[in-house]
Design a protein around this ligand. Structure first.
Ligand SMILES: C[S@@+](CC[C@H](N)C(=O)[O-])C[C@H]1O[C@@H](n2cnc3c(N)ncnc32)[C@H](O)[C@@H]1O
Length: 238
């Protein structure tokens, strides 16, 4: 019996991730993940699903050096069979994705993407904008923490784009967002609506303060607020 590796995502989320990869046609050949953490959550479950499909490769990005090393060691010892389908990428998604896209060449398609990196809401937007042009019609994107700060901008933005079919799986405190591309490009009206919604979210006083103030100053103000309000304004984790 293989050793269990530490990982996030609850059982329902792991199942939804696995099913998205198993029950789609054509089978994903290229998968990209942001935020592997220790490997036993999304990474292992994506890899096992690809292995079950008998095709596909996962590129997994992790920004924290010590977590990256532990994730590699975990996967090598506890799931060596999964490693042949895995290429780890060290660094921040904002830098790693553009470099990886350049290296893969203009023809590469990303059939499946999973976003679960940093907590600032702009990060999932940036990652989506980098990857979306390379996701083919029928390709899928999932994102974790859809109900928390991490997904606070991507969910309303992507929901407004009419070339994606979306669903929020309310199966955890964090929430798992699912999107499937249905057409190459959005209509001009839906793109305008998505951009306007993003602009409104970015222009809120709380977001402007978070962008310009040092984090210790934000922390100081959050500590002055009632805990429920502080929780809503910060990363949304209890
Ligand atoms: C919530 S954890 C990911 C959990 C993991 N998906 C799982 O299922 O177990 C977020 C991870 O993303 C990493 N991270 C944060 N910002 C990142 C970024 N911009 N690019 C890549 N990794 C990032 C963190 O170091 C952390 O390990």
């Amino acid at each position: 019996m293989p050793e269990a590796i530490a990982g996030q995502l609850n059982a329902a989320e792991r199942r939804l991730l696995t099913e998205a990869i198993l029950h789609t046609s054509p089978k994903p050949r290229v998968a990209m993940e942001v935020g592997t953490w220790l490997g036993g959550g999304s990474t292992l479950h994506i890899l096992r699903a690809l292995e079950q499909n008998g095709e596909g490769h996962l590129w997994g990005i992790e920004a924290d050096r010590s977590i990256y090393e532990r994730m590699l060691a975990n996967l090598r010892t506890a799931a060596p069979e999964a490693c042949q389908r895995f290429t780890p990428l060290f660094g921040f998604s904002q830098a790693v994705i553009p470099q990886w896209l350049r290296e893969q060449g203009s023809e590469v398609s990303v059939d499946f993407a999973f976003l679960d990196g940093g907590n600032r809401p702009l990060e999932q937007i940036d990652e989506f904008r980098l990857l979306a042009p390379r996701i083919p019609v029928g390709g899928q994107l999932m994102a974790h923490d859809a109900k928390l700060r991490k997904g606070k901008w991507l969910v309303p933005y992507l929901t407004r784009l009419d070339n994606w079919q979306t669903q929020l799986h309310d199966v955890s405190t964090e929430g798992l967002f699912y999107a499937r591309k249905t057409a190459a490009a959005p209509s001009a009206a839906s793109l305008r609506a998505a951009r306007a919604s993003l602009w409104r979210l970015r222009a809120s006083p709380v977001e402007i303060a978070a962008a310009v103030l040092p984090s210790r100053v934000c922390g100081f103000f959050l500590r002055l607020l009632p805990s429920r309000l502080a929780w809503r304004l910060s990363d949304g984790r209890k």
